[in-house]
Ligand binder design. Structure first.
Ligand code: SF4
Length: 58
């Protein structure tokens, strides 16, 4: 989904690494692949500008 962009650098999406338990549900539900696995237990923001703020990951 890297071709779908409206404005860059304006998303309010905040990922709190210290609170992540590594369940991976955000990866499963995000329609724009904003998250990616980072090691076995953690997740990272792979493409924050892809976020359309749908709220599914929350
Ligand atoms: S709010 Fe929606 S688009 Fe943005 S990261 Fe979460 S699931 Fe993906």
């Amino acid at each position: 989904m890297r071709d779908l962009r409206y404005l860059r650098g304006v998303t309010t999406l905040a990922y709190e690494n210290e609170r992540c338990i590594g369940c991976g549900n955000c990866i499963l539900v995000c329609p724009h692949s904003v998250f990616a696995r980072d090691g076995e237990r953690k997740v990272r923001l792979a493409d924050p500008d892809g976020c359309m703020e749908c709220g599914a990951c929350a």
